[in-house]
Ligand binder design. Structure first.
Ligand SMILES: [Mg+2]
Length: 118
């Protein structure tokens, strides 16, 4: 069981991931933008972060950079859309451990999390 922080401005997506990961026994936390993601990260020190890219207030790339500078060992997985290859590249350079392209399947998310927790 792990602490997982889900960051996405789309509520339906947070609900879906929370159900998915909660069913697997994880402790799930949510944030709807980058600012809240950084604040929540500092408060709860999650084992894994699932991070959307496009969000109001603070985008996912900026939040990723802030989290990694606070905790270089942070395990952040980016949730990207098709056509965001340049974002993926910058995210990997900035310390993202993996990325998942939306729309995603349960198995892909579970595999990414299992790999990061190993
Ligand atoms: Mg978004």
């Amino acid at each position: 069981m792990a602490k997982i922080l889900i960051v996405d401005d789309a509520e339906f997506l947070r609900v879906r991931l929370t159900k998915m990961l909660g069913t697997d026994g994880h402790d799930v936390y949510e944030a709807e933008n980058g600012l809240k993601a950084v604040a929540t990260y500092k408060e709860i020190h999650p084992d894994v972060v699932l991070m959307d890219v496009t969000m109001p207030d603070m985008d996912g790339l900026t939040a990723l950079k802030e989290i990694v500078s606070f905790d270089p060992k942070a395990r952040v997985v980016m949730l990207t859309a098709l056509g965001q290859e340049s974002v993926v590249l910058e995210a990997v350079k900035s310390g993202a451990r993996d990325f998942i392209v939306k729309p995603f399947e349960h198995d892909r998310v579970m595999k990414a999390i299992t790999k990061l927790l190993a």
